[in-house]
Design a binder for this molecule. Sequence first.
Ligand code: FRU
Length: 478
Amino acid sequence: MMNREMYEKRMKDEKEKRELVKNDPYRLAYHIQPPMGWLNDPNGLCQIDGTYHIYYQYSPFEPKGGTKLWGHYTTKDFIRFQEHEPFLFADTRADERGVYSGSAFVEDGTIYFFYTGNVKLFDRDDYDYCNNGREQNTILVTSQDGFHHTEKEWLLKNSDYPQDMSTHVRDPKILKRKDTYYMVLGARDQDSHGLLLIYSSKDLRHWSLFDRLSIPDFGYMWECPDLFELDGELFLVFSPQGLEAQGLEYRNVYQTGYCKLELDFDTMEYQFGPFIELDRGFDYYAPQSFLDEQGRRIQFGWMGMGDAPYTNEPTLKYEWQHAFTIPRQLRAKEGRLYQTPLKELEALRNEKKEFSFENFSYAPETKQFELDIHFDHSKPFVLHLNEDIQLSFDGSILSLSMKESGYGRDMRGIELDAIEDLQIFIDASSIEIFVNDGYTVFSSRAYPKEGWKLSLETEARGTIVYYALNKIEVSDGD
Ligand code: FRU
């Protein structure tokens, strides 16, 4: 349990932690990160009356994670942010062990927030983590402004999910088609197969099971499903757990990716296209997207990874852990999702320098910058970001290796015929590399010991544009 009073008291008692966080040399300059403590999934993303609301899984007092609340930032331009008090507290019988992930659905000026209320049942005599260890309640609150909400309405509980489900059913997201609302939930059945449950409703309050979708032998749990239409095509983004590594695929703790989905909403027949990993770095998980008022589909991901073996993040000494990636705009092209940095981030650019490929070597003075590399023709290359982080292309595989700066992260890659361009965002402890206009991305936390030192080895020719980046402004909104 963590209600508002408990939170406010601990904020007073543990004030000095906030100051400690600020002293961390690895604190990021232009990413969303928790004011203190732990952050994981993006939640409830929406825009209302011009203001973007960004909520997140938040354990303010436990940098290794604990009872989750919904932390809250707002922005109008993705450059100036305001921090607010948590929006949702773990303060009822239905969510006493955490306000878990969920989403926002905006209609006629009202925001409908759906989330999972988590209850842990550790003290049962017959406790079994998978099949009876939890209650996962689907809960609704509504809001007119994103700051105040109605009482929590308990919509679905364990006994409402199909009988063969384990007690892992969570992370609701809404899609509207014609006059029907569909809610997707990620699930694990009692035989440990991951799947998607779809509920339908005419009024956003009464839900009945519509369909269940699965891919044979594809992980034991599917987390954070996001079902949306983009340019007339239906995509399902989700984070399956339990995939075995195969060649260059799935070489990470857990994956995040998408399938193009053919789903006939009348006959319920469906077919999944191939699963494509959204990101080839080490830290990209549980992303969520939303449609903004300009009609752009914007996605934030958690730049972190659940159950990662690398639990020795240096930021822990400073009482915080994890961040979001920069926001990306999604576009559909040839059945794939392309991801490009949100246009607004161009306003962070300040000092600009241009380089040619020949003998490129540069040690930036700032910790945060952007590097736009254009290849006149594709040839193998090795791009060093410092002494032990490198991006290499051998003519058919593009790979990222991290060594010591990676604190346990090793090597990830993707097969590609050619590299045309790289747009690289570096912050004090993160790298995000957009490849070939957003065909794929590599996102990872990285902790260089002596800053960044760039150089490029290649026979290719091309141009490099460097921009030092400003910090985003974050003010205390309350
Ligand atoms: C994904 C996830 C979700 C869950 C939340 C809890 O990272 O495990 O499935 O709702 O985090 O913090």
